[in-house]
Design a protein around this ligand. Structure first.
Ligand code: FES
Ligand SMILES: [Fe+2]
Length: 446
């Protein structure tokens, strides 16, 4: 449609009245890292997006066959496989991938399927250590480097010589303490795929110097994109999280940036209570709100010191408070902040169009000289199990995630019940949602 608004602005240019995210951050006493001030809003169109993309078997199969097996995706943290012999199974949809640390200390990844008759070499969710991969069915065995080293009754397999039966390898890339994989042997290097993400994150506390405090995986009753998109905009905050935050959250003024096809971001300020929205505030009211924000940041620095032995005295108010969320297509959310240091991932759940897996991690900074502790076991939650039961889970955030999750089943059912058969997105606040579909189409149409 792309019509001009009555106020003469082009589509995507309109902004809510009141203080913007940037206005607030620019008044903070400690300047934020430079990427916070980079701005890249983009109008990406306003056509409706069909619900078939969330409900159709055919579309799901296309995603599996044209996108998931051609895209870089985070599989695990390096601390899951620190030593030679360590192994980890990563699954996405119907794909199962076996990742290991070799004797030489390299990270390698293989299709988790025996070359004899297909049995998974390691079960779903396997995390462990071993000298090799021995198939539980007939005992064919591969070294960590993927060479077939034992083939019981090899006299019966003259047509299957060991040299032709090495495990097919999958591309591996490392960044920020994360192990990425890509099943496409002709894929671009991970570094190129990450684009601006790499440079941006060099300005924050290093991701590789963070450790996993909490890791949970919950099954959610919605297509993987519906779940991811519940976390990609802050437009829903006023309704879904009404009354759910103790300190002010100026979600309506969040900033949305489209840095590349693969990398987008929002920042919404926390601790700045925009009580007069949508009316403009007076300068006294702004001062009062800033005083509260600065005090909230200081309180968070104290928590870091007392609870995590981490000196955050030189960290900006923005890092200490705000929800700074980067998205890496197709499913990785990274928060570089200190107080809100989450990682999310949304994956198709086996063959089920209508459900997905949500991985949630909290990463905390390691103090100088500290080594990565052993990662906590991932806590698995079924659809009806709640976040608050997970050890070390922040009780306030558990409520927030529960509120987000509460919309999902209704949305997946509503997709199917719809007469309109398509969603209508906001030009600015839901631009990142639209970018997910634009990038997805690049793969589906390739
Ligand atoms: S299926 Fe793996 S050894 Fe037979
Ligand atoms: Fe939310």
């Amino acid at each position: 449609m792309n019509v001009e608004n009555p106020n003469g602005m082009k589509p995507g240019e309109a902004r809510t009245p009141g203080q913007s995210t940037r206005d607030v951050i620019m008044r903070d006493p400690i300047a934020p890292p430079w990427p916070i001030l980079e701005s890249a809003p983009k109008f990406l169109g306003d056509a409706d997006i069909p619900y078939d993309r969330y409900t159709s078997r055919e579309f799901y199969d296309q995603e599996m066959n044209k996108m998931w097996n051609h895209v870089w995706q985070w599989a695990c943290r390096e601390e899951h496989i620190p030593n030679p012999g360590d192994q980890y199974v990563y699954e996405v949809g119907t794909y199962s991938i076996l990742i290991c640390r070799t004797e030489a200390g390299e990270v390698k990844a293989y299709y988790n399927s025996c070359l004899h008759r297909g049995t998974q070499l390691r079960p779903t969710d396997f995390e462990g250590t071993g000298e090799n991969f021995r198939c539980p069915y007939h005992g064919w065995t591969w070294s960590l480097d993927g060479e077939l080293i034992d083939q019981p009754c090899d006299w019966d397999f003259p047509h299957a010589p060991a040299e032709d039966f090495s495990l097919p390898e999958i591309q591996v890339g490392l960044w920020g303490g994360f192990v990425f994989i890509n099943m496409d042997e002709n894929c671009e290097p991970l570094e190129d795929y990450l684009g601006p993400l790499k440079e941006h994150f060099e300005a924050f506390f290093p991701l590789e110097r963070k450790y996993i405090e909490v890791h949970l995986r919950r099954t959610l009753p919605v297509n993987w994109k519906g779940a991811a998109e519940a976390f990609i905009e802050a437009y829903h905050v006023r309704e879904t999280h009404a009354g759910g935050t103790e300190i002010g959250c100026a979600a309506t003024n969040a900033e949305y940036d489209i840095f590349s096809d693969n990398v987008t971001r929002f920042i919404h300020t926390i601790g700045y209570e925009d009580v007069h929205w949508p009316a403009e505030e007076t300068s006294e009211q702004i001062m009062e709100a800033m005083t509260k924000r600065i005090a909230a940041a200081e309180a968070n620095r104290q928590v870091q010191k007392e609870k995590y032995n981490f000196d955050a005295s030189d960290r900006s108010e923005c890092e200490m408070l705000d929800s700074i969320e980067y998205f890496l297509f197709p499913n990785m959310f990274l928060f570089p902040g200190i107080t809100l240091p989450m990682i999310y991932r949304f994956r198709p759940n086996g063959d089920d169009v209508d459900s997905c897996w949500f991985d949630l991690m909290f990463l905390r900074p390691l103090a100088d000289g500290e080594e990565h502790p052993e990662p906590p076991e991932c806590v698995h939650l079924d659809v009806d199990e709640v976040y608050a039961t997970v050890p070390n889970m922040d009780p306030g955030l558990a409520i927030v995630y529960e509120q987000d999750t509460s919309n999902m089943e209704a949305q997946q059912k509503g997709f199917k019940a719809s007469k309109k058969r398509a969603q209508t997105l906001a030009n600015f606040q839901e631009s990142r949602t639209r970018q997910v579909h634009i990038t997805l189409d690049k793969y589906l149409n390739a």
